[in-house]
Design a protein around this ligand. Structure first.
Ligand SMILES: [Zn+2]
Length: 213
C-alpha cells in the first residue's frame, strides 16, 4: 500500500465514523466551531494532541510548531503565525483553557540543549528554538546525564511558553479575571504517561500514570 493509499483509507474510515447514519457531529460543526481548549503542541509526528486525548473534531483548537513554543508578545509588524492563532482562540473563540503540550525526545529541544548555533538567518529551526534559551541555561549543570538534561529542558521550555503566554495582555487579563486557565503538560512517550506543571511547587507532577505503574 502506498503512503497515499494509507491516508485515503484513513479518510474513508473517518468518513464512515462521522458522516454515516444519524446524529452526525458535522451537522453541528458545519455551522461553526466552539472548542473550549487551545493546545500548543510540537509538530512531532508522535504527539498529536487530538489523538493522545482521544478528541473528536471540534473539541480542540491546535497550534503546532517545532518544540511547542510560544514566542513572547511582540508588536513589531512582522508575521506572527503562533500569536495570531492564540489571538483568534482567546479573543474570538473564547477558549477557557490553554494547554502547552511538551514531550519526551523532542528534536527541537535537543537542538537547543546542545547549543546548536544558527549559521545564517535562514536557519529557521536554530533561531526559532532560541525562544526557550532561558530553559537551556536552567539545565546546564555540568556532569548531568544528557538524557536527564534533555528531559529537564523539555519541561523547562514548557514553563517558558507558559510565561510568554502571560506576556500577551489579552491573556493576562483573562487569567486575572478567572476566565482563562493555563496548563503545562508533558507527554512521556517512553512510558506512556502524562505530567502537569504545578506552578506552586515549581515542578511537574503525574497527571496520568503509566500503565506499568
Ligand atoms: Zn518536539
Amino acid at each position: 500500500m502506498s503512503d497515499a493509499d494509507k491516508l485515503i483509507g484513513g479518510f474513508r474510515r473517518f468518513q464512515n465514523k462521522y458522516f454515516a447514519g444519524e446524529g452526525q457531529l458535522f451537522e453541528t460543526l458545519k455551522r461553526g466551531q466552539n472548542p473550549s481548549t487551545l493546545f500548543i503542541a510540537c509538530s512531532d509526528s508522535r504527539v498529536d494532541p487530538a489523538i493522545i486525548t482521544d478528541c473528536d473534531p471540534g473539541d480542540i483548537f491546535v497550534v503546532r510548531n517545532v518544540a511547542n513554543l510560544v514566542p513572547p508578545y511582540e508588536v513589531d509588524g512582522t508575521f506572527h503565525g503562533v500569536s495570531s492563532a492564540i489571538e483568534y482562540a482567546v479573543c474570538v473563540l473564547k477558549v477557557k483553557q490553554i494547554v502547552v503540550l511538551g514531550h519526551f525526545a523532542c528534536g527541537g529541544i535537543r537542538a537547543l540543549v546542545e547549543g546548536y548555533e544558527p549559521q545564517t538567518d535562514a536557519d529557521f529551526v536554530g533561531r526559532w528554538v532560541r525562544i526557550a534559551e532561558r530553559a537551556r541555561y536552567q539545565v546546564l549543570a555540568p556532569g548531568d546525564d544528557p538524557a536527564i538534561r534533555l528531559r529537564r529542558c523539555e519541561m523547562a521550555a514548557i514553563v517558558v511558553s507558559l510565561d510568554n503566554l502571560l506576556s500577551f495582555p489579552f491573556i493576562a487579563e483573562r487569567v486575572e479575571r478567572g476566565e482563562l486557565e493555563l496548563a503545562g503538560w508533558y507527554f512521556d512517550l517512553e512510558q506512556g504517561a502524562l505530567y502537569q506543571y504545578n506552578r506552586g511547587a515549581g515542578a511537574f507532577e503525574v497527571l496520568v500514570d503509566s500503565l506499568a505503574a
